[in-house]
Design a protein around this ligand. Sequence first.
Ligand SMILES: *Cc1c(COP(=O)(O)O)cnc(C)c1O
Length: 357
Amino acid sequence: MERVYQFAAGPAVMPEQALRRAAEEMLNWRGSGLSVMEMSHRSSAYQEIFDHTVSLLRELMDIPEEYEVLLLQGGATGQFSAVPLNLLQTSADYVDSGHFAHTAMKEAQKYGAVRCVASSREENYCRVPAVNADALDPQADYLYVTTNNTIYGTRLPALPQCGNVPIVADMSSNILSEPCDVRRYGVIFAGAQKNIGPAGLTVVIVRRDLLGRAAAKTPAVLNWTVMAEKGSMLNTPPTYAIYMAGLCLEWLRGEGGVKAIYERNLRKAKLLYDYLDESRLFKPVAEKFSRSIMNVTFRTGDEALDAAFVKEAADAGLLSLKGHRQAGGMRASIYNAMPEEGVRKLVDFMHKFEKNR
Ligand SMILES: *Cc1c(COP(=O)(O)O)cnc(C)c1O
């Protein structure tokens, strides 16, 4: 079978250049005589790989010196626990904008006082809820947001105004897809398997003045302060995933970095949304002002027809278009590594499908 276009939400499409490079280097990384998978994480060769990935991330996101970059395990879900364990002392505010935001909020409730300051749960998360500045606690330990809601295809249009309260952001599905001023955040975290690299790696970017606040009971592997002191190597880091992420970030730099990929991402999303706005068969799900440029959700309104579409698309080499079971319908995840050609093929296919019905 030829390579197909993969629209899965994560693990997701990866840049072909990175996969080829990994294949070339699989048995013998740059004359070391070893596969990266076989290297000790304490070796100087591996430290070079690790440092390279961190420095590419710093460069591409323009991460200021006063932020620590941690490369961890446990997924974004691990950070749902790590966030309150590291920061929650009195009370924290949460924006409930989707399934993952809700899960994070529930998890934080195990550890302390949590307030839900806005929610679109009643509307099945078809939009990002407006956050009323008056609803925010100016003394909160942090304000928690999810910048892109992967399942529902919505994107936070603007950060709430919250004074000096540090913003903690789950950026799992839109990190590196658009320019982001890191200085506006206290903490940014992301599971790598959407827009950074393969699964198994979790990136945490934390402002240094927020370290040192962890609850005494915090498991060491979730403790940002401990991990920062140990250079993310309290224990074995996800060595191969970190290497692969480095290859993906090199690709991104070669494409012109975040600004250039953002412009391409806007073009890709526009192709799909323009078509959806015109189509008489397919309807976009997310409300217009909340639309994600990474995950595009749509449906026909007829479940059998949705299923037929997903199957026929897969037969045509357009994979994994089925929506998340919580949202139904279809979802096209069009992360950085999805070429414009893939989106064009998808829109062509949708046209054809619509004409034949
Ligand atoms: C995928 C995703 C998660 C869950 O990530 P894991 O790495 O599987 O724990 C959390 N938040 C968002 C926004 C996601 O897209």
